[in-house]
Design a protein around this ligand. Structure first.
Ligand code: SAM
Ligand code: SF4
Length: 329
């Protein structure tokens, strides 16, 4: 079992397959974002598979594929198939904006994908387009249908809440869970990247989100939808789906954090808020053995801080310079 220096069990890796994206959500990427890493610096499929077997041998059993937008990466279906064949990997999930999911959901499921989180910040077509800058709401709604019919379960909807952006839609999202087996997760806005979007005024706390979502009853942990997210779960009485709240800032999930993050450029990052990481790609490309790669992974796990400092940054309207798309949210 892999544990860090605060005795937290580490069994979950968020794997960013690309820093590129077919959207430019206002809170995630600047409109004119072009400063992506060079393609030759991205991990190849073979490099990803080699690193993942090292992680699996150390005790990582759950992988979340993310990005940027992971579905823009060529060959993703066969990569998922290969990942699911790695001994020790028991669960593969995906975070996506859903734009390309409609046609890929069934192939991904057959390749070994178990569950999916789809980002959806508005149920109003015009507003959705404004938030994502290029997205079409109907494409994402149809991707949700395809994910459900392909048998991906649970299907979770990630909703980043920001004041003046979509805080007036909380009740509408809750209504979605009434008849559909959908799990809506409201995410507190985080001060990340160089979008200039974050401000204390736009930030909506978990408590306020929950107030707007009432009536809800809190669920026992054994009834929560499957997943690794640091959420608390609620249900509208009688509803088929659930409501989760991810409160990175107001209620810190650090004490139970079980995750590491591998960027598309091969840097292993111990915390969403960490400025430093270990360049596993450089080690890999200089011929480092699997044993030494595993030592480098173990070393980075031990660098995991006790907690993040985003709350302090948010208080002075400062952001972590790392882009969300580099480390996968
Ligand atoms: N492109 C995929 C997507 O949108 O789901 C995967 C990558 S995206 C970086 C992963 C998650 O991070 C998304 O749910 C997105 O809404 C969230 N995210 C991005 N920037 C954020 C921010 N500043 N605060 C909170 N969540 C953020
Ligand atoms: Fe792209 Fe996801 Fe960031 Fe939106 S949140 S810009 S879809 S990476």
């Amino acid at each position: 079992m892999l544990t860090d220096s605060f005795n937290r069990k580490i069994d979950y890796l968020r794997l960013s397959l690309t820093d590129r994206c077919n959207l430019r959500c206002v809170y995630c990427m600047p409109k004119d974002m072009t400063s992506f890493g060079p393609r030759e610096e991205m991990l190849s499929d073979a490099e990803i598979l080699k690193l993942l077997s090292c992680f699996a041998q150390l005790g990582i059993s759950k992988i979340r594929i993310t990005g940027g937008e992971p579905l823009v990466r060529e060959g993703i279906v066969s990569l998922v198939r290969e990942i699911s064949g790695i001994r020790g990997i028991q669960d593969i999930s995906l975070s996506t904006n859903g734009l390309l999911l409609d046609k890929m959901a069934l192939d991904l499921t057959r390749a070994g994908l178990k569950r999916v989180n789809i980002s959806l910040d508005s149920l109003n077509a015009e507003k959705f387009n404004q938030i994502t800058r290029y997205g079409k709401l109907e494409t994402v709604l149809s991707a949700i249908e395809s994910a459900l019919s392909a048998g991906l379960a649970p299907v979770k909807l990630n909703v980043v809440v920001a004041r003046g952006m979509n805080d007036d839609e909380i009740a509408d999202f809750v209504k979605l869970t009434k008849k559909n087996p959908l799990h809506v997760r409201f995410i507190e806005l985080m001060p990340m990247g160089e979008t200039g979007f974050f401000s204390k005024e736009k930030w909506v706390s978990m408590n306020e989100i929950l107030q707007k979502a009432q009536p809800l009853e809190e669920m026992e942990k054994e009834d929560w939808p499957r997943g690794e997210g640091p959420a608390r779960y609620f249900r509208r009485p009688g509803a088929r789906g659930t409501i989760g709240v991810i409160s990175a800032l107001s209620c810190g999930f650090c004490s139970s954090c079980n995750r590491m993050r591998l960027s598309s450029q091969g840097v292993l990052v111990p915390c969403l808020d960490a400025a430093e990481g270990t360049d596993l790609k450089a080690l890999l490309r200089s011929g480092t053995s699997s044993r030494e790669l595993k030592e480098a992974i173990l070393f980075t796990v031990q660098q995991k801080p006790e907690r993040h400092h985003m709350l302090e940054k948010a208080a002075v309207n400062s952001s972590n310079p790392r882009q969300m798309c580099q480390i996968g949210g």
